[in-house]
Design a protein around this ligand. Structure first.
Ligand SMILES: Cc1cc2nc3c(=O)[nH]c(=O)nc-3n(C[C@H](O)[C@H](O)[C@H](O)COP(=O)(O)O)c2cc1C
Length: 358
């Protein structure tokens, strides 16, 4: 498949560490997502066959289009890891040029490469030589907003033969503090002849359609809001709003648990993993509210999330503190009797502390 065939006109699921795990990608496929990118994998670990890293390359036989994302700075290691990913069934391979966390940037990976167009070209060239599937890159505007480098980096990647470029329209320094500035996506579309995928703050099918039209980009990518609302892909396909009531939302969470169970099995070890995955996802699932806007992904305060919860179940589904998440896990993962909704304990810590990447 060419990059045009993979991306043109589509809403793409963004790569998200801890977010785009295999069971969750299957859930998204069921809601109409056709192209998903897995969690970032370190190329040096893939090249040496590290078990945990190899698990990030795994695809389900029924999965639709699946891209593997790699982080690294050495062209030969990136090429070797890309070849391994292709052998394991990746439909395309993406290079992470945006990860802002210290663990990656101190090693010279992710956003650190936004200052090294020559190196980016070498990486893409080596990966192109090693693989038959399309090679793509995903970048931010630059290390800081004052010095955007995305045009230079994207040109270097294009000259080296890259097949598509995704732009998350914020700098590394901005993290999520400011809204994404899509004028840069328009600029990049003008500059490149390969498909450009725009990314940042897509909250619904209307945003996706508007961004496609306004910028002329080939595709748009959604991250946080798809973790919250997996049915965004069906909304996009059918160009209509889909509102789920609390029981329907619970069914989505249950289905995710079922898909985890299929992968991890239903023994004690498997249940521990399912609980861990559900605990992460619950912190996004809980943010869905009718009428929710950007605040729902950017704020932890449910009062910012749109209409108030309509009943006890919805109230519970909107929580991610430890007692609420534990009770949800006991009910949905361990199969305990439905517990009464746990009382709110003021100051109870959230069950998961998010480390925001990309
Ligand atoms: C929890 C989390 C994990 C992420 N992991 C990655 C990653 O592994 N690779 C990557 O390129 N970007 C990663 N990102 C960034 C997203 O792919 C996306 O670019 C960003 O969230 C902007 O899109 P959005 O506004 O639709 O969320 C991550 C973001 C979050 C919130």
């Amino acid at each position: 498949m060419t990059a045009e065939e993979i991306f043109r006109g589509r809403l793409i699921m963004a790569p998200m560490s801890r977010g785009t795990d295999l069971p969750f990608r299957r859930l998204l496929n069921e809601w109409g997502a056709e192209v998903c990118v897995g969690e970032m994998a370190y190329s040096h670990k893939v090249a040496r066959g590290d078990r945990a890293e190899m698990a990030l390359l795994r695809r389900h036989p029924e999965e639709k289009i699946f891209g593997v994302q790699l982080a690294g700075k050495k062209p030969e290691v990136m090429a070797e890891a890309a070849q391994i990913a292709e052998d394991r069934g990746a439909d395309f391979i993406d290079v992470n040029l945006g990860c802002p966390i210290d663990d990656a940037t101190k090693r010279g990976y992710g956003a650190a490469l936004l200052q090294r167009p020559g190196r980016v070209g070498d990486i893409v060239r080596a990966m192109k030589e090693a693989c038959n599937v399309p090679i793509t890159v995903k970048l931010r505007l630059g290390w800081s907003s004052e010095k955007p480098t995305y045009l230079k980096i994207a040109r270097a990647a294009e000259q080296a033969g890259v097949d598509a470029v995704t732009l998350h329209s914020r700098s590394r320094a901005q993290r999520y503090r400011r809204p994404a500035d899509w004028s840069h996506v328009t600029e990049l579309v003008r500059e490149l002849s390969v498909p450009v995928i725009g990314n940042g703050d897509i909250l619904g099918w209307r945003d996706a359609e508007r961004r496609l039209e306004e910028t002329g980009c080939a595709a748009v990518m959604v991250g946080r809001w798809a973790l919250t609302k997996p049915w965004i892909f069906q909304e996009f396909r059918e160009r209509r709003d889909i509102e789920l009531d609390p029981d329907e939302r619970l069914a989505v969470v249950r289905r995710y648990v079922e898909l985890c169970r299929e992968l991890f099995r239903d023994d004690e070890k498997g249940r521990v993993r399912t609980r861990r995955f559900l605990t992460f996802h619950q912190d996004f699932f809980r943010r869905y509210r009718r009428g929710a806007g950007l605040d729902a992904v950017n704020s932890d305060d449910p009062r910012d999330w749109g209409e108030p919860a309509s009943n006890e179940l919805e109230e519970w589904l909107c929580r991610a503190d430890v007692p609420a998440t534990d009770a949800l896990c006991r009910w949905l993962v361990d199969g305990d009797e439905v517990p009464p909704p746990p009382a709110v304990e003021p100051g109870s810590p959230r069950a998961v502390k998010l480390k925001v990447l990309g």
